[in-house]
Write a new protein. Structure first.
Length: 296
């Protein structure tokens, strides 16, 4: 994959749900001398939401949204956003002395169409993981509840009620699993998308990293050993999985940990998610409505 000087920085988007292993994969990729992977830029989410500001902004929320919409409506907004992103990615690459930037931001599942609008030619790396393992990590790492308060079996409707009573941060984490997983799964067939299974990455890290690096147009022979050392840069960031700082090598210990971390009711909750994905739009709509009412 060559860089087009007229199109700006060479960008790859690493997609995957929170707690699916994206920090590990990004760290392994950036051990190649041509690749940098900053901890979760969130840049495309910010650009997609440009003009939408907090209701407490002293200039007036509706005035800002209306004015920017009218102004940008007279020009090619996507081209302007692309130019800004190219400048930001390019400056970061120049500072790092690298050729390729891997933007690893787990919640990009919310703006997949926007990524393709601005960067239709960009390669994507899609990291998939057993949803039970993701749920178990949400529970053990962030304390995310996975079942209703009743001792009875959990239904999707009772989970929806639970989500609407939870703080926004917890509800959003559940939405990642409920809504993000099917969106990412449907993204598998996109052209220039390389799919990685976390379980295989844990079992054969060197083979998988070399495959991805070759797919990015780099020489896989230049890749460093697949270890989790030299991750100290995470100390200065608010994002990224800190557990990687406690490890030195890639192993399979976390692959089956969900079997002892999840109870039967919790596993049933996740199963309900997967069987009735179409109904989850109602959950998200309820969360969005609640959040809107809070900010109004």
């Amino acid at each position: 994959m060559s860089q087009d000087a007229n199109r700006g920085a060479t960008v790859c988007f690493l997609l995957g749900l929170p707690r699916s292993g994206t920090t590990l994969l990004a760290h392994l990729l950036q051990q190649h001398p041509e690749i940098t992977a900053p901890p979760e830029p969130w840049l495309m989410l910010a650009l997609e939401a440009f003009g939408r500001v907090d209701h407490r902004h002293p200039a007036g929320t509706s005035l800002i949204e209306t004015a920017t919409s009218e102004f940008l409506g007279r020009i090619d907004r996507a081209a302007v956003s692309r130019a800004f992103a190219d400048a930001a990615y390019g400056a970061y690459l120049s500072s790092a002395g690298k050729r390729i930037i891997v933007d690893k931001t787990p919640r990009y599942w919310m703006v997949l169409d926007y990524l393709d609008l601005l960067y239709p030619e960009a390669p994507h790396i899609l990291l998939m993981r057993n949803p039970y393992a993701i749920a178990a990590s949400l529970k053990s790492t962030w304390g995310i509840p996975l079942q209703a308060e009743s001792s009875r079996s959990v239904s999707l409707s009772s989970l929806a009620d639970l989500m609407l009573r939870l703080p926004d941060s917890i509800a959003t984490s559940l939405a990642d699993l409920v809504l993000g997983l099917p969106k990412l799964a449907a993204h598998r067939d996109r052209r220039q998308t390389m799919v990685v299974q976390y379980e295989r990455l844990a079992a054969c890290p060197e083979e998988e990293i070399q495959r991805l690096i070759a797919g990015l147009g780099c020489d896989p022979k230049d890749s460093a050993a697949t270890s989790t050392a030299r991750a100290d840069y995470l100390h200065s960031s608010s994002f990224g999985d800190r557990k990687i700082l406690e490890r030195r090598t890639v192993d399979e210990k976390s692959v089956d940990a969900w079997q002892v971390q999840l109870g039967i009711e919790e596993m049933q909750t996740i199963t309900d998610h997967r069987r009735r994905v179409d109904d989850t739009a109602r959950i998200w709509s309820g969360i969005a409505a609640r959040t809107t009412s809070r900010s109004g």
